[in-house]
Write a protein that binds this ligand. Structure first.
Ligand SMILES: *[C@@H]1O[C@H](CO)[C@@H](O)[C@H](O)[C@H]1NC(C)=O
Ligand SMILES: *[C@@H]1O[C@H](CO)[C@@H](O)[C@H](O)[C@H]1NC(C)=O
Ligand SMILES: *[C@@H]1O[C@H](CO)[C@@H](O)[C@H](O)[C@H]1NC(C)=O
Ligand SMILES: *[C@@H]1O[C@H](CO)[C@@H](O)[C@H](O)[C@H]1NC(C)=O
Ligand SMILES: *[C@@H]1O[C@H](CO)[C@@H](O)[C@H](O)[C@H]1NC(C)=O
Ligand SMILES: *[C@@H]1O[C@H](CO)[C@@H](O)[C@H](O)[C@H]1NC(C)=O
Length: 519
């Protein structure tokens, strides 16, 4: 890859002999770029042999955030104070100095100029060959503006992560250099067609002062408690808040407010909580007013109390909404809890949930990344009566992912399921009475259980041979001799979780899911 890329650039350079040769390879980050040598010949941005001084182009200090990873810059032209040979240059290419962590295979950037998409050449991430190791840029070629047309032109970029959710999605991550108290300040270089001129300009970034460590003593009005659910980019087992979860949290919050002391009273005597919370699929919020009992002289105590309350409330909200240990529905999710008041500071805490890290257990030589096969094991498994009185079946629902949610991979034979593997306690193997397969279409099949070698703690349902149609809505049930339960058998930590791997026809891929018992 690296080699063919280099060849390409040299070839075109000879052919055209202009700055255009540096145009991007595509909108994608260059894969395998780590192995490319960066000479470090030009240690400072824009990492090229060009004139940084004297130029007319720049960026307006502020950047608009349009959401969804889209940011718009305004190009400004300052002709007045320019001296030197670059004053009459045109504008062919803009480069942004960006964080190395954004250079992820499959992550991409696209751009528009005055609303028109820039394609052929399109923008790209790159590791500049003459920059120091780790230096990273976004190239935006094909701008084709001059001093007249550039004034006020709007350049928008849209950042996209790869399918696994890796890459940068906001300016804070992209332009990671901070100046003073500002974060997300981007440096841009403006190249002319000959690449001789490259004046550099910088945006201000986000200069909101960091939240004061000590709350100011003037809390009045509303105090709110929120919990927010942030699904992973690749949301293969969608989970959302529902009324039951929200109601339980409200109850727990009321109890906590009653318990949290404020002087001789409790926080709840100063706060009148609204009768019901707002509960959407991803956001829970409930607010309270300070009661009429509230006296000016107590302000300081209340802010202090709020801080104390936050230290009680945030863990409570997190445990209500995220669970104490890995909640399988939330695998890959982030839950953020906040306490804030109108004029007070915001207290924030979050929990990111990972039930299974790819290529951990069960032990296998296959790729266990979720989403590389179009099959998913439900977040919960359940029990049903076995065909014999002294047995119970523990069933794992399988569903199929829509094609556009399947991560591109080298997995072969993805149109069938060959086997399921459970990370399970081998000492209990005599209590397993095989599996009952309930395909979505076709008859029920019973197969025997197979165990991995004595060191592997692997329980297998092999030669399942399901087509995608049989798998979508099908279930695979382990038959257990009572009173041993699947919770006893599974070694998925923590607690009652089972780790279940689904293998494709070729057995080279085995996306693995944590699933918990639904009583
Ligand atoms: C800039 O480009 C426009 C449109 O291509 C053209 O009409 C104008 O003369 C150019 N101005 C300068 C200063 O080159
Ligand atoms: C508020 O704080 C002051 C000084 O810290 C203290 O004397 C007073 O008792 C507190 N009032 C309450 C209601 O806690
Ligand atoms: C707080 O008080 C205002 C003004 O009295 C009222 O409109 C609002 O509904 C109250 N909010 C809560 C959460 O009680
Ligand atoms: C499993 O699938 C059955 C239908 O096949 C459904 O009734 C049940 O709710 C599902 N259970 C879980 C935990 O997904
Ligand atoms: C598994 O497959 C994914 C998607 O193709 C890939 O990004 C990842 O690097 C693979 N993991 C391993 C350990 O090969
Ligand atoms: C799956 O296919 C294999 C090989 O063709 C066969 O031996 C096995 O019995 C099949 N399994 C089921 C459950 O039909």
């Amino acid at each position: 890859m690296a080699r063919s890329l280099t060849t390409y650039v040299v070839y075109v350079a000879v052919l055209l002999g202009t700055c255009r040769t540096l145009s991007g390879v595509s909108g994608q980050a260059v894969p395998g770029v780590d192995s490319r040598l960066q000479s470090g010949k030009f240690p400072l941005f824009p990492y090229a042999n060009c004139m940084k001084d004297g130029g007319v182009y720049g960026l307006a200090p502020s950047v608009s955030d349009l959401g969804g990873g889209k940011y718009c810059f305004t190009i400004v032209v300052d002709d007045q104070s320019c001296t030197g040979p670059c004053c009459s240059s045109d504008l062919y290419k803009i480069e942004l100095n960006v964080a190395n962590s954004c250079l992820v295979s499959g992550a991409s950037v696209s751009a528009t100029l005055n609303g028109v998409p820039l394609v052929r050449p399109s923008p790209s991430f790159d590791a500049p060959g003459d920059g120091p190791s780790g230096s990273t840029i976004i190239r935006i070629p094909g701008i084709a503006l001059n001093k007249t047309t550039a004034q006020g032109a709007e350049l928008c970029i849209t950042l996209k992560t790869n399918k696994a959710g890796q890459g940068c999605t906001n300016l804070g991550q992209l332009c990671s250099s901070s100046t003073g108290s500002c974060t997300g300040a981007c440096s841009a270089a403006f190249f002319d067609t000959t690449c001789k001129c490259c004046p550099v300009s910088q945006t201000t970034g986000n200069c909101a002062p960091p939240p004061p460590s000590k709350p100011s003593a003037n809390c009045k009005g509303l105090v709110c408690f929120t919990a927010e659910l942030v699904p992973p980019v690749f949301d293969i087992r969608p989970y959302r808040f529902d009324a039951a979860v929200c109601d339980r949290a409200t109850g727990a919050l009321i109890t906590e407010l009653e318990k949290t002391e404020l002087g001789t009273q409790t926080l709840s005597s100063f706060l009148s909580l609204e009768p019901s919370a707002r509960c959407s699929e991803t956001l829970y919020s409930i607010c309270a007013n300070f009661t009429t009992d509230y006296k000016e002289s107590f302000v300081e105590n209340i802010t202090t109390a709020l801080e104390a309350a936050a230290s009680e409330m945030l863990p409570l909200l997190l445990s209500e909404f995220a669970g104490d240990s890995c909640k399988p529905e939330l695998d890959g999710y982030l839950v953020t809890a906040r306490t804030f008041s109108d004029k007070c500071v915001t207290f924030e805490d979050y929990k990111s949930i990972t039930c299974f890290a790819a290529n951990g257990r069960p032990p296998c030589l296959c790729n266990s990344t979720q989403g590389i096969l179009p099959y998913v094991v439900s977040a919960r498994y359940y029990a049903q009566r076995g065909s014999r009185l002294d047995t119970t079946e523990y069933c794992f629902n399988i569903s199929k992912l829509p094609q556009d949610m399947v991560i591109p991979s080298n997995c072969a034979g993805i149109n069938s399921i060959n086997k399921l593997e459970f990370y399970a306690n081998r000492d209990l193997r005599t209590s397993i009475r095989g599996f009952t397969l309930y395909p979505a279409t076709g008859g029920i099949v019973r197969i025997s259980d197979i165990w991995g070698n004595q060191y592997s703690n692997t329980l297998k349902a092999t030669n399942v041979n399901w087509t995608a149609a049989q798998a979508d809505g099908g279930r695979i049930c382990a038959v257990l001799q009572n009173p041993v339960t699947m919770m006893d058998v599974c070694l998925g930590s923590p607690g009652d979780k089972c780790l279940v791997a689904i293998y494709n026809g070729n057995r080279d891929c085995c996306p693995t899911f944590a699933t918990g018992f639904a009583p």
